[in-house]
Design a protein around this ligand. Structure first.
Ligand SMILES: O=C(O)[C@H](O)[C@@H](O)[C@H](O)[C@H](O)COP(=O)(O)O
Length: 244
């Protein structure tokens, strides 16, 4: 986690709706610009409430974007280890919110509980896919933040925080249900060009303040452990920014 990287930018919006519109617009612009430059962008998606709102805005704004949805790779920073069609799956939620509507064809899902025997196998398989498809070099990696400061499924004090030489690892006993998950590691998340934290609501204000404080530990606030190579932006609404 070499943190000799650009300082985080903070963008505060009045409420969750304007936050979602702003992030969706910026994401569409980044994808379109990358494609105009002849690049096939790699985008890391996250689960969570504000992410779902953003995804729905992407679907609404997509027709005017000029994006070629067959020429962008989508990945997941984490996934719940449940059946592939479970509403708990981040991929199921993202497909319902925008991926199916825009006709995305390069969506890389984490293997599900009805496809492989355990989360360890799912993590190893996803790591192989990331290596094979170049998915580690995210152009944009979006991350929600929990009230405890977790990102993806990297929770305070959990063993996954210390994972090395691994792209994805299994998570058990997640404090946020469901208990079994797969998450990208800090090593994998830290290869992103641009990291966007997406945070809405008063319940996250403490976590945001801890994440952006001059001092603190990654073990206590995992969001402190991820910074983009060229950009880190905190997209906040007023409530989430209220303790900065
Ligand atoms: O699988 C997950 O649960 C997410 O990836 C998780 O990291 C989420 O982004 C945060 O917990 C924020 O979720 P909310 O926006 O719903 O609070």
């Amino acid at each position: 986690m070499d943190h000799d990287r650009p300082a985080p930018l903070i963008e505060v919006h009045p409420d969750a709706e304007t936050l979602a519109t702003a992030v969706a617009g910026e994401l569409l612009n980044r994808i379109a610009d990358a494609q105009a430059a002849g690049h096939v962008p790699q985008v890391g998606l996250t689960g969570g409430t504000i992410a779902d709102t953003i995804h729905r805005e992407v679907a609404r704004m997509a027709p005017a974007s000029g994006v070629d949805w067959g020429a962008v790779h989508f990945w997941f920073g984490d996934e719940r280890f449940v059946a592939a069609d479970s509403p708990d799956r981040n991929a199921v939620q993202a497909r319902a919110a925008f991926l199916d509507a825009v006709g995305a064809t390069r969506v890389h899902e984490v293997p599900a509980a009805d496809q492989v025997p355990d989360a360890e196998t799912a993590a190893a398989s996803y790591s192989d896919t990331v290596r094979a498809e170049g998915g580690g070099a995210f152009d944009v990696l979006m991350l929600g933040v929990g009230p405890d400061g977790h990102v993806a499924s990297l929770f305070p004090g959990h063993p996954g925080l210390a994972a090395t030489d691994a792209i994805a690892v299994a998570v058990h006993d997640s404090p946020k249900p469901p208990p079994d998950r797969v998450t990208l590691t800090f090593e994998a998340l830290d290869r992103a060009q641009a990291v966007w934290f997406l945070v809405s609501g008063e319940a996250k204000a403490d976590a945001v303040a801890r994440a952006l404080a001059d001092d603190g530990t990654v073990a206590e606030t995992p969001a402190r452990g991820v910074k983009g190579l060229v950009e880190t932006t905190w997209f906040l609404d007023h409530e989430a920014a209220s303790k900065l």
